[in-house]
Write a protein of this length. Structure first.
Length: 256
């Protein structure tokens, strides 16, 4: 607890201040419409009442996000390593990478709807498109930016084939790979909520859109808070995993 407060003391103070401001404005002033901006007490009650529905939406959302993201991890890292190590093929296809990677995934929605048999499969495809490119391009950059001394040392000690890949190439490129994964993970939630708000029958985004249509803004805010908690926990867990995988960079920084 002390370690948490030491690290996040200012973040905690800002959160408490914002909560206090929300309580003051909604309870002691008439600056905001109470229908659109209910007080924290009302939102907490709505949150508790809707927790079962929120958790069901979470399960539904993960059923879309996890398959799409895992597919991006496998193809993005695998493809990025291949093209990072094969200059000729990368040079041939690089114009296509630069052309398609900036395209917003929403452009592919009409084709996803037309080609896939269900909303779920179409959504997984859109999430895959959204999350693939940062991982793929980050992996390529990770391989290309491996320092020359790493290659020289690997050659000196005779690393080849599988050993070269597992003991030098993958660890050395991992920082940029994980940067791409982190970017994709954050973007995945943006696309997930957007997709669910306009077509899903359940999910975290659908929850917000459904109650917005009925002007039940206490539940809308409950849904926003729930989404924020899920995203925050996910990103914190990812950062913990990232730190564990990159333990050697932490030791290097401490030594410096």
């Amino acid at each position: 607890m002390k370690k948490f407060l030491h690290i996040y003391i200012y973040s905690t103070l800002i959160a408490v201040a914002l909560l206090g401001l929300w309580i003051y404005i909604t309870n002691f002033t008439e600056l905001l419409d109470p229908v659109i901006f209910p007080s924290p007490e009302i939102v907490v009650i709505a949150f508790v009442k809707a927790i079962k529905e929120l958790l069901q939406g979470f399960v539904s959302s993960m059923g879309l996000l996890v398959p799409g993201f895992v597919l991006s991890l496998v193809l993005g890292i695998g493809g990025g390593l291949y093209f990072g190590l094969h200059h000729r093929f990368r040079a041939i296809l690089e114009p296509f990478f630069q052309t398609f990677s900036p395209l917003p995934p929403t452009l592919f929605v009409p084709y996803a709807i037309a080609l896939f048999p269900s909303f779920k499969s179409a959504s997984i495809f859109i999430l895959f498109i959204a999350t693939f490119w940062p991982i793929f391009l980050g992996t390529i950059q990770g391989v290309l930016l491996i320092d020359k001394p790493y290659w020289d040392n690997a050659k000196t000690i005779g690393l080849k084939g599988k050993d070269l890949f597992l003991k030098m190439i993958l660890p050395a490129s991992l920082p940029l790979i994980l940067n791409g994964v982190g970017t994709s993970l954050a973007f995945a939630f943006i696309v997930l909520i957007m997709v669910e708000m306009f077509g899903a029958e359940s999910g975290m985004g659908r929850f917000i859109q459904y109650y917005t249509d009925f002007t039940q803004y206490d539940l809308v805010l409950a849904g926003i808070i729930f989404n924020s908690i899920v995203i925050l926990i996910t990103m914190i867990v990812f950062e913990k995993i990232k730190k564990r995988l990159l333990f050697w960079t932490n030791l290097k920084n401490e030594a410096n």
